[in-house]
Design a protein around this ligand. Structure first.
Ligand code: URP
Ligand code: ZN
Ligand code: ZN
Ligand code: ZN
Length: 492
């Protein structure tokens, strides 16, 4: 047979165009796109459906330890199961360096957790928390060369924050080796100052989390990160941009010709700080505690403007799942967290609902085009993080990672039908138009009608090329598409 599988008659959408065609798949790759294909072991009827590149979620936290008793509600198995259910076929998770730990140990630890357990393809961004001379001089350059071509740095959190000197040193290494740096831009000292003031005033409920890190705190850190990027001459990605103030800084940087990319997330177009208020004198607001916190209607409008005009290029989940209530005290609602918002674990689950929320709020409501949706949820992630064109598009030679999408299907998001490990979703009862019907990973169906086929281990680990390789116009396509150079089995 010419093909293993043909996906017939769907409306193919890429970041650039849309057209009705058949997709021929052989050995996990797309080998033909044509009006009419035949000769396959398996036919999948996609008529009446959209066929989109599998979602790429480039900001997902799985199995990350916390400094307190809280435990992440998803490991690599459940987190990638949830991704597959929502139409996402590549997850970029984090390998967190603990203080005093070598980067190599950190990477080995996360491989041990992920290898053989993933339902979709995965890759790791490093989190640099301890930039020792050994890390900066040897480990980081070696790992970048080995395909760990991006890492995240934090400007806040007790156990992660880097000072300005450390940020500059880390940025310089990224520049020398072509890595992409993601920056969590919120200012540590300002947050501490405001948090302690709120606590002294007795303002300890979850809602005050939002007041302890207002937009100015994000704006200041965003500006500082941009300045450090200019000093060291590197491109950066400002992650989880929450509102208008940080956006202004990003536009200012771009106008200066700086290479600053920016990401936003479902929470910043659908939630506001008011969701953190515990109106029933309860603790429900903790379900929405994430950082940066959701803002207000004006900032939501600004985020939409940024998505439409291209200031925001990446739409990720920042999936950071905790339990709400948990008998063993591992979740958000603990006696300690009830003494202050400061002890509520930061983060919300969202890897499964990301695509449906943006499709519904964006495409179905007429704010963005289908092509823009694909760019924001897949193509731009592959380009930014060294996976394009193998991932992130529908083209001959690319992996057959596809989502069959019903643009008219109405669904209500409910915890009971989701696949993640958390015991709640921040979007309980949220109504959407547009829903994934099936997910294909390298030519195999991994989700159909909400059922994830139970094959953890289908997912491969992806090594990625660097931003400098990416920035040159003449990316070597044969290399970018080659299984041997760009993919290693996660069981390796
Ligand atoms: O609240 C959040 N976003 N927690 C996840 C960690 C991070 O900063 O991305
Ligand atoms: Zn962050
Ligand atoms: Zn995050
Ligand atoms: Zn491995």
């Amino acid at each position: 047979m010419a093909f293993d599988t043909i996906v017939k008659g769907g409306m193919i959408v890429t970041a650039a165009d849309r057209y009705i065609a058949d997709i021929g798949i052989k050995d996990g790759r797309i080998t033909a796109l044509a009006a009419e294909l035949s000769g396959a072991d398996e036919l999948i009827d996609a008529s009446g459906l959209l066929v989109l590149p599998g979602g790429i979620d480039s900001h997902v936290h799985l199995s990350q330890p916390s400094s307190d008793a809280s435990v992440m509600a998803d490991d690599f198995e459940s987190g990638t199961r949830s991704a597959a259910a929502g139409g996402t076929t590549t997850v970029l998770a984090f390998a967190l360096q603990k203080k005093g730990q070598s980067l190599r140990e950190a990477v080995a630890e996360y491989h041990a957790q992920a290898d053989g357990k993933c339902h979709v393809d995965v890759s790791f961004h490093l989190i640099i928390s301890d930039p020792t001379p050994q890390v900066l001089g040897q480990e980081l350059p070696a790992l970048i060369e080995a395909g760990y071509s991006s890492f995240k740095v934090f400007m806040t959190y007790d156990d992660l924050v880097l000072n300005d000197r450390q940020l500059l040193e880390v940025f310089a290494v990224a520049g020398a080796h072509g890595a992409t740096v993601m920056v969590h831009a919120e200012g540590y000292d300002a947050i501490r100052f405001l948090s302690e003031k709120l606590e002294r005033e007795g303002h300890v409920a979850p809602y005050y989390h939002a007041l302890s890190r207002p937009e100015i705190v994000e704006r200041e850190a965003t500006h500082r990160a941009i300045s450090h990027a200019e000093i060291t001459g590197i491109p950066i990605v400002i992650v989880h941009v929450s509102g208008r103030e940080a956006l202004e800084q990003i536009r200012w940087a771009r106008a200066r010709g700086l290479k600053v990319s920016a990401e936003t997330c479902p929470q910043y177009i659908t939630l506001t700080a008011d969701d953190l208020r515990d109106l029933n004198m309860g603790f429900e607001g903790a379900k929405y505690v994430c950082s940066p916190p959701p803002r207000d209607a004006e900032s939501q409008a600004a985020i939409w403007q940024g998505l439409v005009d291209g200031t925001l290029e990446l739409f990720s989940s920042d999936h950071c799942p905790f339990f709400f209530q948990d008998e063993d005290g591992r979740g958000k609602d603990t006696p300690k967290a009830r003494t202050s918002f400061r002890w509520v674990p930061n983060g919300i689950p969202g890897v499964e609902t990301r695509l449906a929320i943006l499709f519904s709020e964006g495409v179905s409501k007429g704010r963005i085009s289908l092509e823009k949706f694909v760019a924001l949820t897949a193509t731009n992630h592959a380009r930014t993080y060294g996976l394009y064109p193998r991932k992130g598009t529908i083209a001959v030679g690319s992996d057959a990672d596809l989502v069959l999408w019903d643009p008219n299907r109405k669904e209500t998001i409910r915890q009971e039908t989701l696949h993640h490990g958390s015991d709640y979703t921040p979007w309980e009862g949220f109504e959407v138009t547009g829903w994934p019907i099936a997910t294909m990973l390298r030519g195999s169906v991994v989700m159909e009608n909400g059922q994830v086929l139970n094959r953890p281990g289908n997912g491969h680990y992806l090594t990625r090329y660097t931003s400098s390789a990416q920035a040159t116009a003449n990316v070597d396509w044969s290399k970018a598409l080659s299984a041997d150079t760009n993919q290693s089995s996660i069981t390796g």
